[in-house]
Design a protein around this ligand. Sequence first.
Ligand code: NAP
Length: 461
Amino acid sequence: MVLIVKNPATGEVVGEVKKHSEAEIMEALENGHDAFGQWSKVNAHERARLLRNWSRLIQENIGEVAEIMTRENGKPLKESVGEVHYATAYIDWFAEEALRVYGRTIPAHTESKRIIVNRQPIGLVAAITPWNFPAAMMTRKAAPALAAGCTFIVKPAEETPLTMMKLVELAQEAGIPKDVLQVVNGEGPVVGKLFTESKHVRKITFTGSTPVGKQLIKESADTVKHVTMELGGHAPVIVAEDADIDFAVEQTMLSKFRNAGQTCVCANRILVHENVVDEFSEKLAAAAGRLTVGNGLDEQTDIGPIINKKGYEKITAHVQDAIDKGAEVLVGHQYDANDEKEYYFVYPTVLKNIDERMTIMHEETFGPIAPITSFKTIEEAVEIANDTAYGLAAYFFTNDYRVGTYLHENLNFGIIGWNDGATSAAHAPFGGMKESGLGREGGTEGIEPYLETKYVSIGNL
Ligand code: NAP
């Protein structure tokens, strides 16, 4: 059985990968479990050295990796290059963090005792990742797992296995043993069940949609596995009356249109103070209208294709629903889709007069659509922004420190950009509140989910 990978910009076949059978996946889990004994005993400096080697090899092959990514995911080549840098930043960061997994000694309550706290790797980790960041969503899980001394097995999204397979090939070239870092291909629900039912897997780490995340949490309950969940988002952008409008537009463009709006942290609701909403909307529409839509391999492309028909249909339904309920189109609302050739392009679209009745205000759109609504008071803006089950990223623009302090203290989101539309960094904790997830990736927090705490009480001294 094979899995056919197609370029979403053209529908052309770009590769075929072997689809693993259940027996092969079970064997891989067995091998990952067996390899844990040895890998967990390798000293941290050596694990760090191997991670650094891996990062270096990816960087040496950045052109090839980025091109594979653009061919299977569709994102512009410049964004693929950016993602490879972002992906290796996680490996570099966690190579350093491997050296800082400290235990502690606690003063005992009697002279005859010693109390020691050790941190040890959790065991075999199983990961499932999405198609929108084929490299970085894997390295920000694999790097801390390997740094901690865990072994790791990952299933990429069916749309984008090639980038990850290249990364795993480079890991082996870098000296990371093959059973320590493995990739298996297959259908999400099938592989997911094998992972969650396996007694060898001690942790499930998932990035993807909230419904699948909930399913994996339920499935992990029977064997009481640790879980990290990086799930969906519905990011608000709040533009206060005093904001620097040009800067707010520039940063909103970064948040909204990267990867054609197919990111979990992308702006999904733009709330602008009523006194500046016209100026902001016109400037955003003008900037969006300047973006070039096309094949990611073309140098001038800013907006690549939508990943598949399902994604395209969701986007067009959100736009139509908003228009039917009174939204005004400032730019866009233009499509280039071909069912036969299997490509789907959506032109950057800015919609005004958005209100609460519209689906786009509540559901993740995952496309290059910028819906704008207005508010009168900052308290009202916070109320609208928090009125969602999601809690991943939120952005706001103000130069008034009182307004900014009120906003960052009252917005219920795990990531806040204050005058910043591009917040992600390997050295900062990434993750969501509410139904956007459990746990954090990156930063000093990012290695914690791969470690167990063991308390040792030594008596009779
Ligand atoms: P998805 O449908 O949840 O798929 C993600 C991964 O889960 C794929 O590998 C998929 O495999 C697998 N999968 C599907 N059903 C499964 C099941 N029942 N059990 C186990 N695995 C299963 O998500 P998507 O639409 O591809 O990705 C976009 C979503 O990811 C958005 O909601 C976005 O916000 C979220 N995301 C979150 C973050 C974050 O850090 N919070 C980052 C990026 C994306 P197949 O390919 O075989 O279906």
